[in-house]
Design a protein around this ligand. Structure first.
Ligand SMILES: Nc1ncnc2c1ncn2[C@@H]1O[C@H](COP(=O)(O)OP(=O)(O)OP(=O)(O)O)[C@@H](O)[C@H]1O
Ligand SMILES: [Mg+2]
Length: 491
């Protein structure tokens, strides 16, 4: 069935909610387009945009079969009631580590429910939960909650059994209980345990105590718990390897349960900071996620685009181009998906019916700019001031800026803001950092007998950079920047 209504028909149809007509009619009595009308009237490009977002876990992960099978082969031990080896997963950003690990844990959970075996995966993102205390408290509380549920189920069952046994004592024949009072004692004991199970507060206790609570909670019932620590490098960076040390030694002390660890990281350097015992324990098994090449990214995008876009809205070269751009960014599937989604959004905004190569190119620029804006926005104040000085110079037509010139303006800015002035040496370091972040370009040039000097230029768009810097309330207070530059010529 084709829809033969005009866009305007479609816009006005279904307006059965109450509106004040004066608001939508202009003086001629015509209907005025509201803020959202134009946007709504465009032919929708997307079928389901959520599918392209990073939070979505796809149920199919092309080109990760080996890694997924590898993980499953190790983790299947949990379903047999044995302790799986610890696993360290690593690979560059956007190579599908989190998505694959979550996929495998969902499957494990499903199977363990099907066969009614007590094995489970606890996922923790250590970028968010980044101290030993918080990791242990979060785990403790998860297990405490499960234990409470377990006790509730178990007491219900036992109460029923008690009921039956009172009518017919043979009901206890094949059970661990001698008689109804014995059973009653067990029920009371469970209820007493239940009453003692309080949550661990998210701050305030000594860490030892949190660890003990966690230990008791895991060991309360028989289970194999796989603890997945995503972005594990952030945890080690922030609070050392104590957590890993404790977790990796637990099994020798647990009586009912077993724990195994999956660590995920895009930065292998963190293992240099680990105690050698922790390092070898964590790395019992290692699984590498290599970057995707352009062809693999194409397959990934093809899969996801089928569900996310309306049929036939992508022109032929869109997916290959997104894949090619992302392959250049070290094979990052997240970037590829961002590009595709952003290209679709730009097409939608232009009210076009197809997404074209041009949209992808604009999407690439937009994402790059967003990245720069984010980097600049989160710079420390001193770096912002150094960058601001460089920007002021460029804005006033100074080219091949040298460090001394930047330093002069920087000093003036510090005085203006009444803030500490760093040494020229430190400022030179900050310039190198900005260079490394890709915000400025600093090349060392030889000046013959005058030695060598740095020539600095901005490598990001000047207007956006200025806007982001001035959004910082302190820098925003600086009124007129020209006098600073003139001051430079006076020196
Ligand atoms: N093989 C794949 N098939 C489909 N989608 C994928 C695949 N690999 C990655 N993705 C998608 O790409 C995005 C990034 O993947 P993921 O979050 O797993 O990367 P990561 O390796 O964990 O990166 P980081 O190190 O930055 O955390 C997600 O949206 C994910 O769904
Ligand atoms: Mg990840």
């Amino acid at each position: 069935m084709t829809d033969e209504r005009t866009p305007r028909d479609r816009r006005t149809a279904g307006r059965d909610f109450e509106v004040d007509l004066d608001d939508v009619l202009d003086e001629d009595g015509d209907e005025e387009d509201g803020l959202f009308d134009n946007l709504l009237s465009g032919e929708p490009i997307f079928e389901n945009k959520e599918v392209l977002r990073p939070s979505y876990t796809p149920d199919e992960l092309p080109h990760r079969t080996d890694q997924i099978n590898n993980m499953a082969t190790i983790l299947v031990a949990a379903l047999r009631g044995e302790t799986p080896s610890n696993i360290l997963i690593y690979g560059k950003t956007g190579t599908g580590k989190t998505a694959s690990a979550k996929f495998v844990s969902q499957e494990l959970q499903k199977t363990s429910q099907r066969y009614d075996v007590p094995s489970e995966v606890q996922y923790i993102n250590c970028e968010v939960t980044d101290t030993q205390y918080r990791v242990l408290a979060q785990l403790a509380n998860t297990f405490i909650e499960q234990n409470r549920d377990w006790i509730d189920r178990r007491t219900r069952e036992l109460e029923e059994l008690h009921e039956q046994a009172r009518e017919d004592p043979s009901a206890l024949l094949d059970t661990e209980f001698d008689d109804p009072p014995d059973l009653r004692e067990r029920i009371d004991a469970l209820e007493a345990d239940r009453a003692e199970m309080d949550d661990v507060p998210m701050t305030g206790w000594p860490t030892d105590r949190v660890y003990n609570e966690f230990f008791d909670a895991v060991d309360y019932v028989e289970r194999v718990a796989v603890i997945m620590l995503d972005e594990i490098d952030k945890l080690v960076e922030k609070s050392g390897d104590d957590t890993l040390y404790n977790l990796s030694r637990m099994n020798s002390e647990l009586s009912n349960s077993r724990v195994s660890i999956i660590g995920i990281s895009n930065d292998l350097k963190f293992t240099d900071f680990l105690d050698p015992r922790v390092k070898s324990s964590l790395g019992e098994e290692e699984i590498v996620f290599p970057p995707y090449d352009a062809n693999q990214l194409r397959d990934i995008l093809q899969h996801r685009s089928k569900v996310s876009f309306k049929p036939d809205v992508l022109s032929e070269d869109v997916i290959p181009l997104c894949a090619a751009f992302a392959a250049r960014e070290h094979g990052d599937a997240r970037r590829a998906l961002d590009l595709l989604r952003t290209a679709g959004e730009l097409a939608e905004r232009d009210q076009e019916e197809t997404v074209t190569e041009a949209h992808v190119r604009r999407a690439q620029d937009k994402i790059e700019l967003d990245r720069v804006v984010e980097v600049v926005r989160t710079l420390p104040t001193q770096s912002k001031l150094v960058l601001y000085a460089i920007m002021v110079l460029e804005k006033n037509g100074v080219h091949n800026i040298n460090t001394g010139e930047v330093y002069n303006i920087y000093k003036r800015l510090c005085e203006e803001l009444d803030t500490d002035v760093l040494t020229q040496r430190r400022v030179t370091d900050l310039i190198s950092e900005l260079d490394m972040l890709g915000i400025v370009n600093a090349v060392v040039v030889s000046k013959g007998r005058y030695g060598r000097t740095k020539e600095i230029s901005l490598s990001v768009p000047i207007e956006e950079t200025e806007a982001v810097l001035r959004a910082d309330s302190r820098i925003g207070d600086i009124d007129d920047i020209t006098p600073f530059v003139q001051a430079r010529f006076e020196n």
